[in-house]
Structures are given as C-alpha cells and as structure tokens.
Ligand binder design. Structure first.
Ligand code: FAD
Length: 505
C-alpha cells in the first residue's frame, strides 16, 4: 500500500512547549520534514514552569544534550523531590522524594514491612529509608555513581529546577541548528479546509500565509488552533481542583540552595519556592472564590526568602483538559492542551510525553482516525491519573482552619481516586494502574505524609519474625545514613558543574 507522507509541520508558539516540540521532532525526524515554528515577541510566554520531574533526563538523552552544559545554560539546580509544608495539618511537613524506598524482600513490597513496624511504634518515619529524602533534608547531592550498583547512592533519582526563559532560548538554539525555521509574528487568522475541516494554513499579521500538513498548537492558554479554530471543547475539573489564579515573583537566592521544591499550604491554596543558581522563583496558587487577589499577593510578598527582583505577575487558569488533545490535523501540546496546577511539576513532563506519543502515532497524510483515537485515549488516561494524584493532596488534608481547606477535606472525588484511598485505608495496599505516572512510592509518601493512616499491612509480612524485620529495616536506614554523610552539598556540586564550564572557556 502506498502511504502519502506529510511534509510540513507548523508549530504555533515558542514557549517551553513549542521549543521542546521543535527540538525533539527536529532530532527524531532527521531533516526529512520541514518544521516551522511561529512565535510572537508581542505575546509573552507564560514565564513560569521551572520545576521538573526525573523523566526530563530521558528527554535530554533523546536530544543528546550534555547535562552539565544544559545546567549552565539554564542556570539549573538539582531537585530530589518536593517538600510539602502544612498540608496534612499546620506545623507538619513531609517530602515527596523521587526514587525508591528500601529494598524489596521476598514477594512483599518494602513499605509493607515498614508499615508493620511503624504501626507498632518500632520503626522511625519512612524518610529514613530513602536516599533522596535524607539527602534533600541535608541539602546534599550527587549523581548516582555508575560503579556502585548495590549502594543506595546508585538509586539517587533527580530532576531539575530551571529558568524557563533560558530553557526556551537554549532549545531554540538547538532546534535552529537542526534546521527548524522560526518565524516571528502574530497569527491573526486560521484557515480551515472546506473538505474536511482540517487546518489548512495560518495567516500572519503581515499578510503572510503559512500552510502545513500537521499543526502543533503550542499557543499557550490562548489555544488558537485546537479551541479557537476547531472548537474542540474542554473538560472542566475545577470542582476537584478549585485553585484558579497564581501570583508569581522572583526573588534573590538564599545561601542554602536546597535541592528540592517547597510547596507550602496557605489558607486558600499554596505557595511554591524553586531555587535556581541566580534567583529563587516563587508563586502563590490560590482559589479566587476563597481569597482576594490583594490578600494573595500580600501573602506571597510577605513570605519571600530574599528581596523581590520584580513586581508580582498574576496568571489565571482553569483546571481541566481539552476534550481531544489531537483533533483532525492539530495536536495540542503544553498549556493549549489543558492545565493541571504545578503541585507535582507535571506540565513539562506532559509536553514531553505528548510529543513522544505523537512520534509513536506519527501520521501520514491520511490522518488515520483509529490512531488519533488511541492517542487521545492514552493522553486522557495519563492526565486523569495525574489529576487524581493532585486531588489527593487536597482531599487528604486534616485541616479545618479555613473554608477552603474545609471544602477540600470534604469534597467528593473521582471514583478512581476514591478506590485507591479506600484500599490504603482498609489494609495498607497501594496499586498502580497500568503505567500511570506516579507509582506506589509517590502515593505512599503523600498518604502517609498527610496523616492518612493505613488500616493494616500485608499478611505475608508475618512470615518473617519481628526481630528479623527490625534488623532488615535498621540495616537499610544505617546504609542510607552513611551514604548521605559522604555526599557533597548541593551547593558544592553545582559549584563544580559551573566551574567546569568556566575552565573550558
Ligand atoms: P506559553 O509559555 O504561554 O507560550 C505560548 C507561545 O505562543 C508564546 O511563544 C506566544 O508568543 C505564542 N503565541 C500565542 N498567541 C500567538 C499568536 N497569536 N501568534 C503567534 N504566537 C502566539 N510546569 C512545570 O512542569 N513545572 C512547574 O513548576 C510549573 N509551574 C507553573 C506555574 C504556573 C502558575 C503556571 C500557570 C504554569 C506552570 N507550569 C509548570 C506549566 C508550564 O509553565 C507550561 O507547561 C510551559 O511553560 C509551557 O507553556 P506553553 O509553551 O504551552 O505556553
């Protein structure tokens, strides 16, 4: 059978989504397709989105990026997890660290042994069995050494904090070197084909007409093609995730340079702190139904670690997703595809996974509907499970101190989340549905960290004697502790990465 291939891909938007899509497609498609990217200097990018999850390393690997160079160019720091302050109850804190806990034993997961001993008051908190969490607490960091496969050090799992503007600039340089053609200017109209309603071309303010076969909508919250032109529709999830605004402001860096993002719960939302090499990014995400804009700004400005470096900026959003991320010949990537608040730093990951999925289902000129349907089914599954995990942070609170938290604590949640919480509360079981993004260790940390107790532990744990289990746990905690002691501080490690770059110049 003769398949007619497409030839021109048009990406509308040059924020993180546009340039990530351009860079990866240029690399993977090896110059066989014309890739054009349109961005407007007059329409600024969202300017936030600086905390990532470990999967971004795979993106860097696909691109063949040198990690040290990437860190210097984007003023990045390392991230071992997210610290949640005041979420379960005011005065409490826990971390959602990346990476695994302990070592599995026999057929039962590690955490089941820990649960039994913890419930009996015979084991310390979960974090003692995680290299990521213990290192983060001590502000230490190193990459996993390749020559120590049996050490907890080999299990260090990290992501990055990066400067979003510098990241887009870095990827632009990369993409243009691989032949991506950039057009500066504003899209003012979208032309549809009479035959099938596919997008035929976009019209620029200067009268230029840019035609294409496949269009990637990276125009941010404007969603120019997927919504503006194709009227795809939106599933609104704001009943579950009521925060709809954020103030964002950078401030001077602290001396400490913590290797984790901090998310501090506030009376009607939460505040992020992301430490970069040259500044700290801050933002206050809140529900406008529960707090005024002025009060939200004043909470943010009153709790910065250093001097503010700009005026705060307000961003408005609605939680939810496009009804079809791929509609006709348009694939929405980034904010154009929908939005989940940045509580677990998942948006940049969703850009990466959407582009990866597009490569898997890459179309020919026929745009097979079965492929598009499967792409959308997988996209929905991924984002709905992330949504559930985010809702968990709100629903699993014990706070009663404000109408916002009272609402979150008592709100109905999707059945998929209800089922998982019930399994945990009944018998301490955690299940991962297919390949959903957050695995058992993530759920464990949030449920336990926010004080949602497990109703038991796995019966097979009792096949081992209590002394044996205690010795096993003690040995793991001891090794983790020793490993953290030998690690350099995060600041020292970053210093070496930066210095290596200066030495090369
Ligand atoms: P944008 O950055 O808005 O880019 C849109 C582009 O489209 C721009 O280049 C603009 O010029 C162009 N454009 C628009 N209209 C036109 C037009 N008519 N003609 C030509 N060009 C046009 N994600 C994370 O992973 N981690 C985080 O910590 C995180 N924090 C966030 C905090 C907040 C408050 C918000 C709102 C988002 C956060 N995100 C985070 C999400 C992240 O910022 C985005 O996923 C990411 O920046 C991608 O944005 P984008 O490229 O889709 O859109």
């Amino acid at each position: 059978m003769n398949q007619k291939i497409i030839s021109t891909i048009v990406i509308v938007g040059g924020g993180t989504a546009g340039w990530m899509a351009a860079a990866s497609l240029a690399k993977i498609l090896k110059n066989k397709y014309t890739i054009r990217l349109i961005e407007s200097d007059e329409i600024s990018t969202v300017g936030v989105g600086e905390s990532t999850i470990p999967m971004i390393s795979r993106f860097n690997t696909v691109l063949g990026i040198n990690e040290d160079e990437f860190m210097r160019e984007t003023k990045a720091t390392f991230k071992l997890g997210i610290e949640f302050v005041d979420w379960g109850h005011i005065g409490e804190r826990y971390m959602h660290g990346f990476g695994k806990f302990g070592q599995d034993l026999w057929t039962v997961d590690f955490y089941q042994y820990w649960l039994k001993m913890y419930q009996a008051g015979k084991a310390p908190d979960l974090e003692h069995y995680s290299i990521n969490r213990m290192a983060a607490r001590a502000h230490k960091f190193m990459r996993p050494p390749a020559d120590m496969p049996n050490s907890p050090l080999s299990e260090i799992n990290y992501a990055f904090h990066l400067d979003a503007g510098l990241y887009a600039r870095y990827l632009r340089k990369y993409s243009e070197a691989l032949g991506v053609q950039r057009t500066e200017g504003k899209v003012v109209d979208v032309q549809l084909r009479a035959l099938d309603g596919h997008v035929d071309a976009v019209l620029m303010e200067n009268g230029e007409r840019i035609a294409g076969d496949l269009f990637i909508d990276c125009s941010g919250f404007r969603a120019l093609l997927i919504e503006g032109a194709l009227k795809t529709g939106f599933d609104d999830w704001s009943d579950f995730l009521p925060c709809d605004r954020a103030w964002a402001v950078p401030c001077e860096s602290t001396e400490e340079l913590p290797p984790y993002t901090r998310a501090t719960a506030r009376p009607a939302g939460w505040q992020w702190r992301i430490g970069l090499q040259h500044r700290t990014g801050n933002g206050h995400v809140y529900s406008s139904q529960h707090m005024s804009d002025d009060e939200a700004a004043s909470i943010l400005m009153g709790s910065l670690d250093g001097k503010a470096l700009a005026e705060p900026r307000m961003l408005r959003f609605k939680a939810g997703k496009r009804k079809q991320v791929w509609n006709k010949n348009v694939v929405a990537v980034g904010l154009a595809s929908g939005f989940l608040e940045p509580l677990e730093s998942t948006s940049i990951h969703l850009i990466q996974s959407t582009v990866g999925r597009l490569v898997t289902f890459f179309p020919d000129a026929g745009f097979n509907q079965a492929d598009i349907d499967e792409f959308n089914r997988q996209a929905d599954f991924e984002v709905e499970r992330i949504r559930d995990f985010l809702i968990l942070h709100y629903r699993a609170t014990r706070r009663t101190d404000s109408p916002f938290w009272e609402r979150c604590r008592t709100m109905p949640v999707p059945a998929t989340l209800e089922r998982k919480m019930a399994l945990w509360q009944a018998h301490g079981r955690l299940v991962r549905d297919d390949n959903e993004l957050f695995a058992e260790d993530g759920w464990l940390q949030v449920l336990h960290g926010q004080g949602i107790g497990a109703g038991g532990y796995h019966p097979l744990v009792d096949l081992l004697g209590e002394d044996e289990v205690a010795a096993y746990l003690e040995q793991i905690a001891g090794v983790v502790n020793k490993c953290v002691q030998v690690m350099p501080t995060h600041k020292e490690f970053i210093g070496a990465v930066v210095a290596a770059g200066s030495a090369r110049k």
